[in-house]
Design a protein around this ligand. Structure first.
Ligand SMILES: Cc1cc2nc3c(=O)[nH]c(=O)nc-3n(C[C@H](O)[C@H](O)[C@H](O)COP(=O)(O)O)c2cc1C
Length: 224
């Protein structure tokens, strides 16, 4: 199997059958998310794993009643830092230096530059930036799930304020960003399962650009 075959197999499953996924597959998907790259390696996010049926029922109420939230095996809640500050960044950098056996001082200048860059941008910008980082891990989880032949539905359709309240994230330094129910498709009740996958044609999606294109030099090139 290739990555492209996996990505063609997956789709935003609308109806799941409630079957459990094995622990190894769940761990594989979480590991792929954990290995995602992030800006400055800060990994300003975490994943909350929920399979408790009573809690899932409550989450569905703040997720526009989407059935995948309760018919999944496990729900991954991606949550990102609500801001950057010296304490949080120092904790991550010191951990990195510990893991690499290097003195904390190694990243001191880099850290000061990062703080100086982030500080004037404000907490909402920070939270948005951290949220964007969490989507990279989210995408890795989606691809890993497809490789494992586990269905996954990306879900942004939820009330983040209410979910944060429900999961008691307020005051924790994290805000929920996006959801990923994992499970198995209920083909007979899923209107999307056999629909053609539609994407922007490659020629419109990706195009090559040269400096000559920008300066108009290409147009001025002498022709025979
Ligand atoms: C960030 C994001 C949020 C989404 N939110 C929802 C959602 O709340 N509910 C849902 O059923 N699908 C949701 N989708 C699924 C998209 O509609 C779907 O991925 C898109 O139409 C492409 O189809 P495919 O994933 O089946 O290939 C979301 C997808 C992404 C990437």
């Amino acid at each position: 199997m290739s990555l492209l075959e996996d990505l063609k197999w997956r789709y935003a499953t609308k109806k799941m059958n409630g079957e459990r996924i094995p622990a190894e597959k769940l761990n594989y998907i979480l590991e792929a998310a954990r290995l995602a790259p992030s800006s400055s390696g800060l990994q300003p996010y975490k994943v909350i794993v929920i399979s408790d049926r009573a809690l899932l029922a409550k989450i569905r109420e703040v997720a526009f009643n989407q059935s995948q939230v309760t018919d999944c095996s496990h729900l991954l809640v991606f949550a990102a830092w609500d801001g950057y500050n010296e304490e949080r960044i120092t904790r991550v950098f010191n951990y990195t230096m510990d893991q690499r056996g290097l003195p904390y001082q190694t990243m001191a200048d880099y850290k000061q530059n990062l703080l100086a860059m982030y500080e004037p941008l404000g907490q909402e910008w920070h939270a948005h930036h951290a949220s964007k980082q969490s989507y990279i891990a989210f995408a890795m989880a989606i691809a890993a799930a497809a490789e494992q032949r586990v269905d996954a539905t990306p879900i942004e359709g939820f009330n983040a304020e209410q979910l944060d309240e429900l999961l008691q994230l307020k005051g924790s330094g994290y805000r929920s960003t996006v959801l990923l129910p994992l499970g198995y498709r209920q083909e007979s009740e899923d209107w999307l399962v056999n629909m053609k996958k539609v994407r922007t044609p490659l020629e419109d999606f990706a195009s090559e650009l040269t400096l000559a294109d920008l300066t108009g030099a290409a147009d001025k090139a002498p022709t025979e």
